[in-house]
Unconditional design. Structure first.
Ligand SMILES: [Zn+2]
Length: 231
């Protein structure tokens, strides 16, 4: 086979390998847990700590009610036991019980607030957990798909490399070197197909003499971009 045809074959294989590499990198990035999922996980954690906070708070506020009720009970017991004879002292004690009862109401309100806050925080936590789980399983499904895709890409690239090796064996090492250098310099594209009478790389119209040389299978470069041309 003519050198140019072999180089054109190598070029086609290399372009496919480039595409495989790009896709592989792209998939690898897509396989990482998405930022939204990480953010959601943090939100779930925060919601959970709010629930814990309100659970403790509710217990503490309810304990305060129990304590206050006990205090009132004890005070009332003393008040109605008849042991306090002095009317002035009795009035003062009655007023004290009244103030204790008013404070009990405040404590009850606070306990109710804690109960409502706890319910709300639990609801928020549940919702966030559901959203997180749904997004997580969607990501895991996608990751499984991508893993399969990666395996296919690796197998495809392996086959391409084997074909490349067998073509390389038919080429002069000097030609291979020249091709590699050109590919580096020309953005991965060193050998291009003639497109009618133009260069398939840069689009320049080619002189008839060049077109004829290309058609006869000679090693000819585009005078504009310097790429090797084949027909
Ligand atoms: Zn060109």
């Amino acid at each position: 086979m003519r050198t140019i045809k072999l180089l054109a074959t190598i070029q086609k294989i290399d372009l496919e390998l480039d595409a495989d590499r790009r896709k592989f990198t792209e998939n690898k990035q897509a396989m990482a847990p998405p930022e939204t999922l990480k953010k959601l996980a943090a939100e779930v954690k925060e919601a959970e700590s709010k629930v814990t906070y309100w659970q403790k708070e509710r217990r503490a506020r309810e304990a305060a009610i129990t304590e206050q009720s006990k205090k009132i009970q004890d005070e009332e017991k003393a008040l109605y036991s008849g042991r306090v004879g002095d009317p002035r002292e009795q009035l003062a004690r009655q007023q004290h019980v009244e103030s204790l009862k008013r404070h009990l109401e405040t404590l009850e309100e606070r306990a109710l607030e804690a109960m409502i806050a706890l319910e709300q925080s639990q609801e928020t936590w549940e919702q966030l957990k559901q959203t997180f789980e749904a997004q997580k399983s969607a990501w895991l499904r996608r990751r499984t798909e991508l893993e399969k895709e990666q395996e296919a890409i690796v197998a495809h690239a392996r086959a391409l490399k084997m074909r490349r090796e067998s073509v390389l064996k038919q080429l002069d090492p000097k030609e291979i070197d020249r091709y590699e250098q050109m590919r580096k310099r020309l953005g991965g594209l060193a050998v291009v197909k003639l497109s009618h009478r133009s260069c398939g790389g840069c689009g320049a119209s080619l002189p008839t003499s060049v077109v004829q040389q290309v058609r006869s299978g000679e090693l000819v470069k585009c005078p504009i971009c310097g790429r090797l041309l084949y027909d």
